[in-house]
Design a protein around this ligand. Structure first.
Ligand SMILES: [Zn+2]
Length: 456
């Protein structure tokens, strides 16, 4: 029975690399945020040079990957770029994707959102709060709640997009061309991308991809962009083989996790022995509860690239999700050894260590979670796991403190305040955790008071 349960579990907790970030009730229409070290690294490698060219601080611009097959990308106040999985899957080359990212960066640098916020502040405020909570909840692993809230905030994306003006679109296009020029890259991809979807213009607005509802593709607009990008000395610069490979692997992973296994096997038939094909099939086998073939596939990739942390990460995930936590440890340790700076890998390892539940494993889990939280302080799932580790370690006050942090990161201020107060009765005063619990109580009370005032 335990085995059956784990197989079922592996069907419904599909997540890229870690189970906590994708909705547990994944269905075709569910919109949720995905976290995945590999895809995030790929997107950052494409985006960061563009942001720097736009004079933006790349570390203050957050990228979010939205699990949604429709083609869309949008920016929100607070310098966030949201990218739908559909956009990555529809882009034919890294250069096309970079073109869209450069265009969105143009909206951020141009302050297009700030101006609109002033014109429609109240509607915006409510929507943004919804999006914020959605994000926090999903990152916390309470994916059901998060997905619902974020689905509500989808409207916010639409309002945002509808508010795009033709002038802003033209200026973001020109900015994109400039950033690509500064970074020595071709702007042709953006033109190609627009050309590819030009047919969308003849569709009614409701049938269009969300992206083109807000970004109308007049021939005039495309012509202007083509003019400036074709004059560039970098017009014919091609994507590097590394960039092309990273995108192919990201697509394979997305298809492996998001499509039905049968669809994956027809998109990547066994005759295709390329790395992306073997990657996608490894995921599909695992999702079809075929553990033997999943491990076989991923092992061929590890044999080809023994230094690739993501292959070990997937192998660890396959074992963990199949209820073989002990076997997950070695590959996850290897992933962390190869990429010690990646918090999600440490969190995955900690999750398996907690399941193994020996005093040594708990000590190691605590160490990795603290290290992950230094890099991602608001990762509420890491706080949740840390509370479990403290609990196993018979440290109830520290466990309560970690739950307070988890609730705080998710914006659940009532719970955060209550657990912070309860933790203080058993914590040493002064200690770092005691002081932090005090801060949580103060800030949570401010938020709760604001909320009461809004109701009045
Ligand atoms: Zn735009």
């Amino acid at each position: 029975m335990k085995k059956l349960f784990s197989i079922l579990k592996c069907f419904c907790t599909i997540f890229l690399a870690l189970t906590f970030s994708i909705s547990t009730s994944l269905n075709a229409n569910a919109q949720s945020l995905l976290r995945d070290t590999e895809i995030e690294a790929t997107l950052r490698a494409y985006t960061d040079p563009i942001l720097r060219a736009a004079n933006l601080n790349s570390s203050s611009v957050d990228l979010y990957l939205v699990n949604d097959k429709s083609l869309n990308a949008f920016v929100t106040r607070g310098q966030n770029i949201f990218i739908h999985t559909g956009l990555i899957l529809e882009a034919e080359t890294p250069n096309q994707l970079k073109g869209v990212l450069a265009h969105e960066s143009g909206h951020i640098a141009g302050g297009h959102l700030v101006r609109r916020d002033q014109s429609n502040k109240s509607a915006y405020g409510a929507m943004l709060i919804a999006a914020g909570i959605g994000i926090a909840a999903i990152l916390a692993g309470e994916s059901g709640a998060g997905a619902t809230i974020l689905a509500g905030s989808q409207q916010f994306g639409t309002i945002d997009v509808l508010a795009h003006s033709r002038i802003n679109e033209a200026s973001a296009d020109q900015a994109a061309a400039k950033y690509l020029e500064i970074t020595g890259q071709s702007g042709k991809g953006l033109v190609e991308f627009f050309e590819k979807f030009r047919y969308q213009e003849v569709l009614s607005n409701a049938r269009r991809y969300p992206y083109f509802r807000g970004h109308p593709l007049s021939s005039d607009r495309i012509d202007k962009l083509r003019e400036v990008t074709s004059e560039s000395q970098y017009a014919n610069v091609k994507d590097t083989p590394e960039e092309i490979k990273a995108m192919a692997m990201a697509k394979a992973k997305l298809i492996g996790f998001l499509d039905a296994p049968q669809t994956v096997f027809s998109k990547y038939p066994p005759t295709d022995t390329s790395k992306p094909a073997r990657y996608a099939r490894a995921v599909a086998h695992y999702r079809a509860a075929d553990l033997r073939n999943a491990i076989k596939s991923i092992d061929t990739l590890i044999a080809d690239e023994p230094e690739n942390p993501y292959f070990y990460e997937l192998k660890g995930q396959i074992y963990h999700e199949s209820g073989k936590g002990k076997l997950a440890l070695a590959p996850l340790r290897e992933a962390v050894r190869l990429m010690p700076q990646a918090p999600l890998l440490e969190i995955a390892l900690a999750q398996s260590l907690i399941e193994v539940d020996t005093p040594q494993a708990i000590a190691s889990a605590t160490k990795h979670l603290k290290s992950a939280l230094q890099k991602e302080n608001t990762n509420s799932y890491a706080w949740y796991l840390l509370s479990q580790a403290y609990d196993r370690d018979d440290e109830p006050s520290l466990a309560r403190y970690a739950i307070a942090e988890q609730a705080f990161a998710m914006g659940d201020y009532n719970r955060a305040r209550s657990f912070a107060m309860r933790s203080q009765t058993g914590l040493n005063n002064p200690s770092a955790q005691w002081r932090r619990a005090s801060d949580i109580i103060v800030v949570a009370e401010i938020h709760l008071a604001k909320k009461r005032n809004r109701r009045r």
